[in-house]
Design a protein around this ligand. Structure first.
Ligand SMILES: [Zn+2]
Ligand SMILES: [Zn+2]
Length: 435
């Protein structure tokens, strides 16, 4: 690549999106857009950057496995490298690095299979903006979009695959890396909104406030100010008794002891709990700014307690009537319409693995029946689409163009092709028939 050969060469000075707002772009998004603007793959660009700025580059370099947008070494290396190469200053504002001193080193988990808000992508598209990944989506503490009040997803609305946001060598933010479809879509009604808990919205709002503020920080928030604040809060709410306060948070007493007595720093999760129980915002807590804060009164405390995440309880062991399960499985095999093992498992409330373990032969029969049925449906769809594809192929060839997927699909009504799998294979067949 040219930029590796020429050390003075500079990448495009691409403008980051959303600086100073809660919708600020992530560094990962920036890297992907930068690659697109240089008409190269994200993988090649990341290799070129890594070769210049990291001492050793592993053979299998996976840029998306590094938490580029977090608070660790990768975020630091990559934000400074990209700033140097693009001449855009302070790209660390596209990461959580400004909070590095007040969040424990491994205390800000980054989501590994990217999550996104389809409505945000749709908004980007409709307003003529380049679709991009929000930094807020990177944090595991965020599960909903605070703009649309809808749940973030990891799945492509078109092909249903997850991990489609990155993990491919070429990533165009907003498009599925598996099937190429646009990941944006309008609201699906209220069903997703209803399942959102107040605590999820509250968390998303807290993170949003951090991101909004991080562009304007004069001094980076310091650990000591945070610890002093926590100590003050414990004094006001629990008369200085750490054990009481620990109970409110649902964490161990010794954890608080380590914050106050040694140089341990709270994780983001722990600070969120402190904020939720004391009624201070996460931003103020991490900035060590207690101005105007008063210990919540009894009634307020009850309301705030709602914001505390529920610690996961072990699911109750359930007695399964295996004889009844067997009867149900037999019934499934006799039903005229085949159903999938997944669907059977859902209906019976028993994991597919359990079904295979206990009723191996019957479960496999159900799976085979479903597979054969699916194949039949697919073949029928191809059969129905074939005349349309053939006629499209003829028109493409008559204009002197070559017969490729893009040309053919642009000549066929989308609904005709929607259920057709393996279009490449079908096209090859058409080509061979034409010879
Ligand atoms: Zn959204
Ligand atoms: Zn897809």
């Amino acid at each position: 690549m040219a930029l590796a050969k020429n050390p003075r060469s500079v990448l495009h000075a691409l403008e980051p999106i959303g600086l100073g707002t809660g919708e600020v772009e992530s560094l990962l998004s920036y890297l992907c857009r930068l690659a697109v603007s240089h008409s190269t793959s994200t993988l090649s660009l990341s290799r070129a950057v890594a070769q210049r700025f990291e001492h050793e580059v592993e053979e299998q370099f996976d840029w998306y496995h590094r938490s580029l947008s977090g608070i660790g070494e990768s975020a630091l290396t990559w934000s400074s490298a990209l700033s140097a190469m693009t001449s855009v200053p302070r790209l660390d504002r596209l990461t959580f690095l400004p909070w590095k001193e007040v969040i424990a080193q491994n205390g800000l988990p980054i989501i590994s299979k990217g999550q996104f808000c389809p409505q945000c992508f749709a908004d980007d598209h409709n307003s003529g903006r380049t679709p991009y990944f929000r930094l807020a989506w990177e944090s595991k503490s965020v599960s909903v979009c605070h703009v649309h009040r809808s749940r973030l997803t990891q799945h492509c609305p078109c092909c249903g695959k997850d991990n489609v946001r990155h993990a491919a060598s070429l990533v165009v933010p907003g498009w599925c890396t598996k099937c190429g479809s646009f990941l944006g879509c309008e609201a699906h009604g209220h069903d997703t909104q209803l399942s959102i808990k107040p605590v999820e919205l509250w968390r998303a709002r807290q993170i949003r406030e951090l991101l909004q503020a991080q562009d304007q920080l004069d001094v980076l928030p310091q650990r000591q100010a945070l610890v002093d604040s926590i100590s003050h809060i414990i004094g006001e709410m629990d008369g200085g008794k750490s054990a009481h306060f620990a109970k409110r948070l649902g964490i161990s007493k010794s954890t608080i002891h380590y914050w106050l007595q040694t140089d341990n720093t709270p994780t983001l999760e722990a600070s969120l709990r402190v904020a939720s129980q004391s009624g201070i915002s996460l931003l103020k807590l991490l900035s060590g700014d207690l101005f105007g804060w008063n210990a919540p009164s009894e009634g307020q405390q009850l309301a705030l307690a709602l914001l505390k995440p529920v610690t996961q309880q072990r699911a109750q062991r359930r007695e399964i009537d295996w004889r009844e399960v067997e009867i149900q499985l037999q019934r499934c095999l006799l039903e005229p319409a085949p159903i999938s093992v997944r669907e059977v498992s859902r209906r019976l409330g028993i994991e597919p693995r359990q079904l295979y373990l206990n009723f191996n032969q019957m479960t496999r029969q159900i799976a085979e029946r479903w597979k054969a049925y699916r194949k039949r449906v697919r073949d029928e769809r191809v059969e129905a689409a074939m005349p349309h594809i053939e006629s499209a192929a003829r028109s493409v060839l008559s204009t002197g163009k070559s017969l490729n997927l893009r040309e053919v699909t642009s000549h066929v009504q989308p609904d005709v092709l929607s259920g057709v799998h393996g279009l490449f294979r079908v096209l090859r067949e058409v080509r061979e028939r034409g010879r």
